[in-house]
Each structure stands twice: as structure tokens, then as C-alpha cells.
Design a protein around this ligand. Structure first.
Ligand code: RIB
Ligand code: CA
Length: 320
């Protein structure tokens, strides 16, 4: 059974991989867009282009928040290119947007659809704004599976991951909402990289969609390599989809996660209380001596890259 879900995104090449995986493994009831990798206008245009080239045109797309709740707006075009989807040449989108604002879609669909999960894979501004506009939302969302944060170190700063860093105040609203959260952070997403071998495997599929995906991942990976020396862009966002459908792709441990809102060097850090975990294999110790705050999230501490790639390549092969 495909779980009903909304993907909230800022495409971004890796967001595209999440939409393609979600288009097959989720009962994808809407795609909502938010600023992030590039401007809201551009992320929304990109989401429309994905839905078109993948022939997912039945899925409603709604535009959301254009800037963070409090801080100044930031983007990541150095990684994703000026359009946010650099790599392939895609025709201008023609699929229309729904009239409703993304936060109205999140509020309304969670009222209408039993068990509707949220999969935020960009800044959490839409989710936080929906919670502010309708506080009862927290009681009816059974699961958030988000790409964001890190159990260890950051990417945009030494301590903060981009999605959280883009709007730490929004992340604080979500992590204090009481909604069950699966947090898929850099500490596991970095283990699932689009290596040259994986990209050659994708290109060898020889289909229209797999060719577009290969072009996107080649561009994204080259930017990542040039900036970090790592030979493959991480498949950050599709892991948040995989976490909803296959319990064996990632291993989670419950812990308290606080969002740093004041630190000079740590603004936007996900401060994960992992003191109850063994330092080596991150399994829970029998002793639970520390008196930390009660867990408010399941944090991904391990990944099974081969299982993820099997799932992703199967889904990709089903596209035209
Ligand atoms: O830090 C990785 C996250 O930032 C991913 O969601 C990527 O798309 C960017 O938004
Ligand atoms: Ca993203």
C-alpha cells in the first residue's frame, strides 16, 4: 500500500529524485513548493517541469512561502546552478498551478485525507506557517519524514545543514510541534552518493527520463566535486521518501533535537542529544544515565545505500 503524502520541496536536482521516487512509491496527493535552493518562482517552475517530463501531470502543484520567517533569505545556486535544475535543457512548463497557497493545501488535504504524511525536503517555512495558521494541524499529521539537519557536522556551515539553516525558526516550530518526525540528516545522506558508476548505470537505461536524470546528476555531482572534492552528489532528498516506504533503508534512534537559534557559530544547527548511544555503532546503551529532554524525533543514524539504489533504479526504470 502506498502511503498518502505531500512532498514539500525546493527543486533542486535531488528534490527531483525525491519526486520521481515519490511518484511511484507514495500516493502523492500534492507537491508544494518553497524558496530554498533558488527563488520560489524558480523552484515552482522547476517542480512544474519535473511533473511534465515525468508525466506525473495529475499531481496538483501549489506555490508556498517566498522567504524565511525571520532571517535573511539564502540560496544554493553554487550547487544547483542558476535555474536550480541545471544540467538538462527542459522546455518551459505548461502544467498549471492550483490556485490555493501551499499552506492552504497542506491544511485542507490533511483534513480530507486520513493518514496523510508530510515529506519536507527544503526549508520548513511552509510547514511552520501552516502550523501557525492552523494549530490543529499538529494533531492530524501522523508522520513528517524530512531531509534536514545532521547528527554530526553541517554543509552550509561547519554545524548547520542547508534546509534548517535557511529557516531555523521554522525548523524550531516544526521540531516543537509534537508531530512524529523522522529526521534524515547529512550524517546518513552523505553515505548515498551519485557516484560516476551509479550515474553511468542510470545513463545506460537509455530512456528519456533516465537521460534527464543522468544530466541533472552529472551537473550536480560536478558542482559538489568542485566544491568539496567528493565525487558524487548526495541523494539527500529521495531518502526522506524511502524512509516512509522501506524501514530497512535507514536505521533510526529516538532522541531530542533542538534547533540552535542564537549561536554565532551554530545558528541553524540540529543539536541532537545522542548521549545514550554507543559512540561506535550508535546503538542505545543499556545505561540511560543522563537526564536529557524527552525525544522529539527519530534521527537516522545508519543507511543501507544498496537497498536505496535498488529501490530508486526500479522506480526510475518505470518512467518513459
Ligand atoms: O542540505 C541538503 C538539502 O539542501 C537538500 O534538500 C538539497 O536539495 C538542498 O535543498
Ligand atoms: Ca531540497
Amino acid at each position: 500500500m502506498r502511503p498518502p503524502a505531500i512532498i514539500d520541496c525546493d527543486p533542486g536536482q535531488d528534490d527531483v529524485m525525491a519526486i520521481l521516487l515519490g511518484g511511484r512509491l507514495l500516493d502523492l496527493r500534492a507537491i508544494t513548493t518553497v524558496f530554498g535552493n533558488v527563488s520560489l518562482e524558480q523552484t515552482t517552475r522547476n517542480a512544474r517541469q519535473v511533473v511534465e517530463f515525468a508525466e506525473l501531470t495529475g499531481i496538483p502543484i501549489a506555490m508556498g512561502m517566498a522567504q524565511p520567517l525571520v532571517r535573511d533569505i539564502q540560496h544554493a545556486s553554487e550547487i544547483h546552478g542558476e535555474t536550480g535544475l541545471d544540467g538538462p535543457t527542459l522546455p518551459p512548463p505548461s502544467v498549471p498551478l492550483v490556485e490555493e497557497h501551499a499552506t492552504d493545501v497542506i491544511i485542507a488535504r490533511t483534513r480530507e485525507i486520513e493518514g496523510l504524511a508530510l515529506v519536507p525536503i527544503g526549508p520548513l517555512t511552509n510547514i511552520a506557517t501552516a502550523l501557525h495558521r492552523d494549530p490543529s494541524l499538529a494533531a492530524r499529521v501522523p508522520q513528517i519524514s524530512l531531509m534536514g539537519g545532521s547528527l554530526t557536522f553541517g554543509n552550509t556551515t561547519p554545524t548547520a545543514e542547508f534546509n534548517i539553516w535557511c529557516d531555523p525558526e521554522a525548523a524550531h516550530v516544526v521540531f516543537t510541534s509534537g508531530i512524529p518526525i523522522k529526521m534524515i540528516g547529512l550524517n546518513v545522506t552523505r553515505q548515498v552518493a551519485a557516484t560516476p558508476e551509479r550515474r553511468a548505470q542510470i545513463r545506460s537505461m537509455g530512456r528519456r527520463t533516465s537521460g534527464i536524470v543522468a544530466d541533472m546528476l552529472d551537473f550536480y555531482s560536478e558542482r559538489v566535486r568542485a566544491l568539496t572534492g567528493v565525487p558524487g552528489g548526495a541523494m539527500h532528498d529521495p531518502l526522506a521518501v524511502a524512509a516512509l516506504v522501506d524501514p530497512d533503508v535507514l536505521r533510526f534512534e529516538p532522541m531530542h533535537v533542538a534547533i540552535e537559534l542564537r549561536g554565532t557559530h551554530t545558528y541553524g544547527m540540529t543539536v541532537c542529544d545522542a548521549r545514550h548511544l554507543h559512540v561506535t555503532d550508535l546503538t542505545p546503551t543499556r545505561a540511560n544515565g543522563h537526564r536529557g529532554a524527552a525525544p522529539n524525533a527519530e534521527v537516522a543514524v545508519g543507511a543501507n545505500p544498496d537497498r536505496f539504489w535498488e529501490m530508486f533504479l526500479d522506480a526510475l526504470a518505470s518512467y518513459p
